[in-house]
Design a protein around this ligand. Structure first.
Ligand SMILES: C[S@@+](CC[C@H](N)C(=O)[O-])C[C@H]1O[C@@H](n2cnc3c(N)ncnc32)[C@H](O)[C@@H]1O
Length: 209
């Protein structure tokens, strides 16, 4: 397993967190967390994905340490004692769907999320659900940018700029440059130029800090 993205997800988990990896697929997140002695279970909506996780977990002799559930989100997962979710490699709407299961979320205090799209929507959704944006890591791997977000339970008000592009962080400068170039390219093609121009202004401002 040599994925910078997965290693970053795992690096955002503190050693005392109890983790459910939702949409575990190959099971690499639970395996890396167990290597740090962190309590973790995995679940996935597809049997084939769970078979892949099981195979990798067996290869690492961790079958007694990592339970797996066949489950749409947390529906069939015994969440007792767990306080942290990892949800990565899925669309923003799937994350919203998983996080809409209020009954199962009562004890969840930390989220490590990597949505494949609509990061602004995800920030807004979690801000409204009383989760604070603790950290964002933007990384480039296999010709693609990934945005990994860590949230913890608690209230905060994010500005419009922060909803759109996250809290300003010098370490994410290359990502702001990529987004800015993208917006400049689409500007001549879109009917609603004002919206794109506003985003360009925000990124220009982030880059001039
Ligand atoms: C692209 S894989 C990502 C695997 C891993 N989380 C990662 O980041 O590398 C997405 C996984 O999420 C699972 N998935 C999608 N929707 C789900 C849901 N509602 N509940 C649980 N798992 C889901 C899929 O079956 C698939 O195995």
């Amino acid at each position: 397993m040599n994925s910078k993205r997965i290693k970053t997800l795992v690096s955002l988990i503190d050693s005392d967190m109890k983790v459910i990896d939702v949409g575990t697929d190959h099971g690499y997140v639970p395996i890396l967390l167990r290597q740090r002695n962190i309590s973790v279970v995995g679940c996935d909506i597809h049997l084939k994905a769970l078979a892949s996780a099981r195979k990798n977990i067996l290869m690492h002799h961790m079958e007694n340490d990592i339970s797996l559930y066949l489950s749409d989100g947390l529906n069939n997962v015994d969440v007792k004692g767990f306080d942290t979710l990892v949800i990565a490699g899925v669309g923003e709407k799937t994350i919203e769907h998983i996080l809409s299961n209020e009954d199962k979320l009562k004890d969840i205090k930390n989220l490590v999320l990597q949505a494949n799209n609509a990061h602004d929507q995800l920030r807004l959704f979690l801000n409204q659900k009383n989760f604070k944006l603790v950290k964002e890591v933007c990384l480039f791997e296999k010709k693609k940018w990934y945005v990994i977000m860590k949230f913890s339970y608690g209230k905060e008000v994010l500005s419009k700029e922060e909803i759109l592009f996250g809290k300003y962080n010098l370490e994410n400068k290359a990502y702001y440059e990529y987004k800015l170039n993208d917006l400049r390219k689409i500007l001549p093609l879109v009917p609603n130029k004002e919206e794109v121009l506003e985003k360009i202004r925000i990124l220009d401002d982030y880059l001039s800090k």
